[in-house]
Write a protein that binds this ligand. Structure first.
Ligand code: GUN
Ligand code: ZN
Length: 429
């Protein structure tokens, strides 16, 4: 049996904190330990108590660092790892000028295979252990990514994008071909080891009603697959959808009519929604995914977290590489803090760290497996060092509480703060 004891300061959430005072929402153990056995968290508690259960287990001492569940990134694009930092465009021009040409290269299986490991390396070095990923429209891109994730025993959700109009031939499929390719990929990869499939119509600008219906058919045939798409990111995009679907009640209706809504649906962006759309997202349990670095970089708009949550929408927070500018969920939470501040909200570090771990796991319906340090769950972990840089050390000299320390990590930590990442019980960075 592969067994190891990790010693450090443990932080894991039980539920979403109601506010800065809600210290009952998490478990914090100052001299804590996790007993890892065969990729699972077999025991958690005070070091002495856990060590007594496995006195022979080798100990890795991460003190004084914090040990948290690995970060979860519920919206990221595999073929955009070379698109990050493309200058001067808003959404539709950015797609046409930079993104579609980059994604066209993934028609070549050798290119897709060459990029899969660098993509997963970037996730892990930033402490992200699970992601929901859009691949290119080519089945071979999803094949390459699933194969690489399987070799690393990562929990990963991914799908090939479906896009049959308003895009260049090199990335365009057809309703039938996208159905057939997605179906074959589901058969091959969904539920294999730690992998899951996400049915991925890109958005209603690049899908005909026939293709959205094909995606809906896949969703009803494979109800335990995730679904992911984009909605209401940019005003020109929304106007285009209204032109392309003159009979639809609104943008959301193009997905609703196809039978795509529900708790398995991850709706990226959700910035400029209408009242009916918000109500239907809440009623169907579909998830709204906030992508702050992307929303600011592309000048798309400001996410209304408070309004959506008041309406009963479950939210998630994600990088959206390569519209997003950082692979780090810590940087994403920093930018999220600033974007929400422009709406008069203040994202408290307890809420922020909950969001990137248990909150995103909840949005993915995976809290029984990932997102906490609960016994019996999978041992995907990130070890964070609040003293990682000289600037952080200076700031930490004046931090007295756990909340202050977490906020230093949220705002200043980025990649520097990731001291180690564990996947399936094994250290990988
Ligand atoms: N809308 C449709 N496709 C995309 C994409 O790749 N990135 C972003 N940010 N928005 C999109
Ligand atoms: Zn996206």
């Amino acid at each position: 049996m592969a067994e190891r004891l990790l010693r450090g300061r443990l932080l894991s959430f039980r539920r979403k904190p109601a506010g800065p005072e809600d210290t009952g929402a998490f478990d914090y153990t100052e001299d804590g330990a996790l007993l890892l056995q065969d990729g699972r968290i077999a025991a958690r508690g005070d070091f002495a108590e856990v060590q007594a259960k496995a006195p022979e287990a080798p100990v890795t001492d991460h003190r004084p660092h914090l040990i948290l569940p690995g970060f979860i990134d519920p919206h990221i694009h595999f073929p955009q790892l070379q698109v990050v930092a493309s200058w001067g465009a808003e959404l539709l021009d950015w797609l046409e000028n930079y993104t579609f040409p980059a994604e066209a290269a993934y028609a070549d299986p050798a290119h897709a295979r060459a990029m899969a490991d660098p993509f997963l390396d970037r996730l892990l070095e930033h402490g992200t252990t699970t992601a929901a990923v859009y691949c290119s429209s080519h089945a071979c891109s999803a094949e390459a990514l699933f194969s690489a994730a399987e070799r690393r025993r990562m929990r990963l959700i991914a799908g090939k994008v479906m896009m049959d109009r308003n895009c260049p031939e090199g990335v365009r499929d057809t309703a039938q071909a996208s159905y057939d390719d997605s179906e074959a990929l589901i058969g091959r990869w969904h539920g294999r080891g730690r992998l899951g499939y996400a049915i991925s119509p890109r958005f209603s600008v690049t899908s005909t009603a026939a293709q959205l219906a094909a995606a809906g058919a896949l969703a009803s045939e494979h109800p335990d697959c995730h679904r992911q798409t984009h909605i209401s990111e940019n005003h020109a995009e929304i106007a285009a959808v209204k032109r392309l679907f003159p009979d639809a009640r609104d943008y959301l209706d193009t997905y609703e009519r196809a039978g795509l809504l529900g708790p398995e649906m991850l709706l990226g962006h959700c910035l400029h929604l209408e009242t009916r759309e918000i109500a239907r997202i809440a009623e169907t349990g579909s998830r709204a995914v906030f992508c702050p670095t992307s929303n600011l970089f592309l000048g798309s708009g400001l996410f209304d977290r408070a309004g959506l949550e008041r309406a009963g929408v479950v939210t998630a927070v994600a990088t959206d590489i390569g519209g997003g500018t950082s692979w780090s969920m810590l940087d994403t939470l920093a930018e999220g803090y600033k974007a929400l501040a422009l709406r008069g909200e203040r994202l408290h570090p307890f809420e922020a760290f909950h969001w990137a771990t248990r909150g995103n796991a909840e949005a993915l319906g995976l809290t029984d497996r990932i997102g906490t340090l609960d016994e019996g769950t999978e041992a995907d972990l990130v070890v964070l060092d609040p003293f990682a840089t000289p600037a952080m050390r200076l700031r930490m000299d004046r931090a007295e509480t756990l909340a202050e320390e977490l906020f230093v990590l949220q705002i200043m930590g980025g990649r520097d703060a990731v001291a180690a990442t564990y996947v399936d019980g094994t250290v990988v960075t």
